[in-house]
Design a protein around this ligand. Structure first.
Ligand code: HEM
Length: 407
């Protein structure tokens, strides 16, 4: 098969590709380290070492607007119809580059500390126990709807200080907003994302006002209070930060649990190794993140002249995509890379990114998934899938529609 034919099979609208993208990703990675995706209008990196280097390369950025106007790079102005979505992203860490990124990340890191995350453990265990006991009482349950979604949103909301009664609202907004990040979307989906962003902004502003009046020591309250050498966060910065913490954290954690538990169930002996304690839940988490990752593609803009990656010269203003699903199964980096090995425990994968945008929530996510896997193993030693699940029709955010289990 020619390279062009192979690239044509990288088709995010093809249900067969979405169901199992790995044969195409494997072939592409072995055929070439970089290719031009005409449909998306960007270069695409396939191999682990190039992706890892790109993540750390300061000549590439998640945005370019701190250096160039849209017009100067020949790019369209942002679509005014999606203004609320753009406003919600304006101060998101994921949309900033230094010096704004450095400043806001330093302030967020002062609040989102390893200590604050470790202190959450009893709360995480409490949420997991409550939900998993209900699942056990049912015998058969749907992991995402009955457990992972309410669990992950309860965790982030309790950390932020969002009232428990409002968690469903946040969940619905987050689901609608993140659809904007897919490679292929419709105006109806964009419009729903924009409406959700507008509502989310209003809600968060009201919450910030509440926290100013009555601080509770939780994250939003602390973001209002935090100071670094006289520097503080503005209301707009707190709105974006709060929203990125929910969006970035929630879907990826839910999908790691779904994709990872499916992988465990499909690989005989894996679950027994966790249940027996041969593989601690903490170790199992890493292979769940590597083998069928919840996030498949991240992009960067070329900000400087003279950038060459994988032998390809790139121009200022060009976009480079990194294929995590291809890189995470690169045999140049991982022994027997295609094999799901629940005991592999390789923590140096790129599931949480790298460089200055490395996932702020990685310690929380690892702890959330570990507590969940341990809770499942303690209650369901003979866990099995009721039916083979299907994937949502998305490529970038890869997750199951449902995962029916019985123990
Ligand atoms: C298994 C779950 C998770 C995965 C796989 C994941 C993955 C990632 C990745 C790959 C990035 C880097 C993106 C890039 O370089 O372009 C990132 C950034 C980020 N993540 Fe996560 N994440 C997870 C959970 C969380 C959680 C629980 C939170 C917060 C509660 C969170 C908050 C963030 C934030 C704020 C950033 C942006 C950091 C920056 O730009 O400086 N993530 N995440």
């Amino acid at each position: 098969m020619s390279l062009d034919e192979l690239i044509a099979r990288f088709d995010v609208d093809d249900p067969a590709f979405i169901a199992d993208p790995y044969p195409v990703l494997d072939e592409l990675r072995e055929a070439t380290p970089i290719f031009w995706n005409e449909a998306a209008g960007h270069w695409t990196l396939t191999r682990f070492s190039d992706v890892q280097e790109a993540l750390r390369d300061r000549r590439l950025g998640r945005s370019y607007s701190h250096l160039y106007s849209h017009a100067s790079l020949g790019r369209p102005e942002p679509d005014a119809r999606w203004a609320a979505f753009q406003q919600h992203e304006r101060w998101s860490l994921l949309c900033l580059e230094p010096p704004d990124h450095t400043r806001i990340r330093r302030l967020v890191a002062k609040v989102f500390t390893p200590r604050a995350v470790a202190a959450m453990r009893p709360a995480l265990e409490g949420f997991a126990d409550e939900l998993l006991d209900t699942c056990r009482a049912r015998g058969e349950f749907e992991l995402l709807r009955d457990y992972a979604q309410p669990y992950s949103v309860a965790v982030i909301c309790s950390m932020l200080g969002v009232p428990r009664a409002d968690t469903q609202l946040l969940l619905d907004w987050s689901h609608a907003i993140v659809k904007m990040y897919e490679l292929s979307t419709t105006d109806a989906v964009r419009s729903a994302a924009n409406t959700a962003a507008a509502e989310y902004i209003e809600y968060t502003k009201a919450l910030i006002a509440d926290k100013r009046r009555a601080p509770d020591g939780l994250l939003i309250s602390e973001l209002v209070r935090v100071e670094d050498e006289g520097d503080t966060l503005t209301e707009d910065e707190i709105v974006s930060t709060t929203m990125v913490l929910v969006e970035a954290g929630h879907e990826a954690t839910v999908n790691t649990l779904g994709n990872g538990m499916r992988a465990i169930m499909r690989h005989p002996g894996s679950w027994q190794r966790v249940v027996s304690g041969d593989v601690p839940a903490r170790v199992a988490v890493e292979e769940m993140l590597r083998w069928d990752p919840p996030l498949h593609l991240f992009e960067r803009w070329v900000l400087e002249e003279g950038v060459e990656i994988a032998g390809q010269r790139l121009e200022i203003g060009q976009e480079v995509a990194m294929l995590f699903g291809a890189a995470q199964r690169d045999p140049r980096r991982f022994d027997d890379a295609r094999r799901f090995d629940i005991g592999r425990g390789d923590t140096a994968h790129i599931g949480f990114g790298g460089g200055i945008h490395f996932c702020v929530g990685a310690p929380l996510a690892r702890q959330e998934i570990e507590v969940s896997v341990a809770g499942l193993a303690a209650r369901f030693p003979a866990l099995e899938m009721v039916a083979e699940p299907t994937y949502e029709p998305n490529f970038v955010i890869r997750g199951l529609t449902a995962l029916r289990l019985r123990g």
